[in-house]
Design a protein around this ligand. Structure first.
Ligand SMILES: *Cc1c(COP(=O)(O)O)cnc(C)c1O
Length: 356
C-alpha cells in the first residue's frame, strides 16, 4: 500500500524493527536513561531553551491539547484561539468543556490569517494565544512570526500545536518565544500513534503550571515533570513507542533537522510541479510542507480518493465536512521518496481522466 495519509504515516525500517520487539521492563535505570536522553534530544530538535520541561503523555494529540489547557489555564484567564478549521475549533471545544473564557478568530476556508485579524485583539489582556500552526484540515500554515510578535507585544503566552508541522516546516521554539509546543508521535515523527509530547517554557511552568490547581490525575503536568526528573512517567507509558521515539530523535540528530527539512522540501516542490497541468487547484493560502491539499472543481474528490485506493492501492487523506467532495490531501510526512511522486501523479492523472 502507498500511504499518503497524514498520520499514521509510512514508518522507517528502523522503527518497524523496534515495533516488532519484546517490550522490556521499564521501572529501571535503563529505561530512565532512554527517557532522559529523549528529553534532551526533544529540546534540541525543537530549538527549545535548556530549562524547558518535557512531558511525555501516553495519549493522542488531542489529549495533549486538552492537558495543556487544563494544566495552564483557569476560569480567571482569557485566551485567544485561531479557529480556522477542525483543529482550531477543537481548542474552542476544549475551552468550553473546561470553562476557560476565550475569543476565537474564525477563518473561512482559504481566508489567510493576517495582521488585520489580530489588530482588534491588541491590548485586550488575553492570557494566551492558542494556535495549530498548521491547520491540518485546510492545509493553511499560519505566519508564526506574526503570531509571535502579537504575543510578545501583548505579553501573552504562546501555545502552539505543531503536531502536523513539526519536521515538515522549520520550527524554533526559543527564537519565536513559544511557551508550549504540542506534538504527537504519528505525524512528522513517523512513529506509531499513542504518545504525545508537550514541551513547556520555564516561565509557563513556573507562572502557570505550578500555580494552577490540578484538575486531572492522569494528565497532570506537575507529576509528569516531577517524575521525568528521574526519567520516569507517573503511569505505564507506551514503552515500545518510547523506544521508537528515542531512536527517531537519535536518528534526527545524526541526520540533522536541516537535512530532513530540505529532503521534505524537495519532495513537496517536485510534487506540486508535477500536478501543474492537472485539472485541480491548490488552495491560495500559505501551505505547510506536511501536505498538499488538492481542490477538485467537479466535486469528485471522494470518487478520486476511492478510485486511487481501490485501483492503485494508493491512500490519500480525505477531508470531512464541507470539504468532503471538493478536497483531498496528499500527505508528505513520514518515510517518503522523491520517486514515489512519479507513480502518484501518473495514477492521479489516470483517475482524473475517467472520474469526471
Ligand atoms: C493530528 C492532529 C492532532 C491530533 O489528533 P489526534 O487524533 O488526537 O492524535 C492535533 N492537532 C493537529 C493540528 C493535528 O494535525
Amino acid at each position: 500500500m502507498k500511504l499518503f495519509a497524514l498520520g499514521p504515516v509510512p514508518m522507517y525500517q528502523r522503527t518497524l524493527e523496534i515495533a516488532g520487539k519484546q517490550i522490556p521492563y521499564f521501572r529501571n535505570p535503563e529505561f530512565s536513561e532512554i527517557m532522559l536522553e529523549s528529553e534532551k534530544l526533544m529540546k534540541q530538535v525543537l530549538f527549545a531553551p535548556e530549562n524547558a520541561k518535557v512531558v511525555f503523555l501516553t495519549a493522542s494529540g488531542t489529549a495533549a491539547m486538552e492537558a495543556t489547557v487544563m494544566n495552564c489555564f483557569t476560569e480567571q484567564d482569557k485566551v485567544l484561539i485561531i479557529d480556522g478549521g477542525i483543529f482550531g475549533h477543537r481548542f474552542t471545544e476544549i475551552c468550553d468543556m473546561h470553562r476557560i473564557p476565550y475569543d476565537a478568530i474564525h477563518l473561512d476556508f482559504e481566508e489567510v490569517l493576517t495582521e488585520k485579524h489580530l489588530d482588534m485583539y491588541d491590548g485586550k489582556m488575553y492570557t494566551a494565544l492558542l494556535v495549530n500552526i498548521h491547520e491540518t484540515s485546510t492545509g493553511q500554515l499560519y505566519d508564526v512570526r506574526l503570531l509571535s510578535e502579537f504575543c510578545k507585544r501583548n505579553q501573552m503566552y504562546f501555545i502552539v500545536d505543531a503536531i502536523s508541522s513539526f519536521l515538515a516546516d522549520p520550527y524554533f521554539m526559543e527564537d519565536w518565544g513559544i511557551d508550549a509546543t504540542i506534538l504527537s508521535t504519528q505525524k512528522g515523527l513517523a512513529i506509531a500513534p499513542g504518545m504525545s509530547v508537550v514541551t513547556i517554557s520555564n516561565r509557563l511552568y513556573e507562572e502557570k503550571v505550578l500555580t494552577t490547581p490540578s484538575k486531572t490525575l492522569y494528565l497532570d503536568f506537575r507529576s509528569h515533570i516531577d517524575n521525568q526528573k528521574r526519567g520516569q512517567t507517573p503511569f505505564t507509558p507506551a514503552v515500545n513507542i518510547a523506544y521508537q521515539l528515542n531512536d527517531m530523535l537519535r536518528s534526527l540528530q545524526e541526520e540533522s533537522i536541516e537535512h530532513r527539512l530540505t529532503h521534505m522540501d524537495m519532495i513537496v516542490k517536485d510534487f506540486r510541479c508535477r500536478i501543474a497541468d492537472l485539472p485541480i487547484r491548490i488552495p491560495n493560502t500559505p501551505l505547510s510542507n506536511a501536505a498538499t491539499p488538492l481542490l477538485f472543481k467537479d466535486r469528485n474528490a471522494t470518487i478520486v480518493y476511492e478510485t486511487l485506493k481501490e485501483k492503485y492501492d494508493t491512500v490519500l487523506t480525505p477531508c470531512g465536512g464541507n470539504l468532503r467532495d471538493i478536497m483531498v490531501r496528499v500527505g508528505h510526512i513520514g518515510n517518503h521518496y522523491l520517486d514515489e511522486n512519479i507513480d502518484l501523479v501518473d495514477n492521479l492523472r489516470k483517475v482524473l481522466n475517467c472520474a469526471k
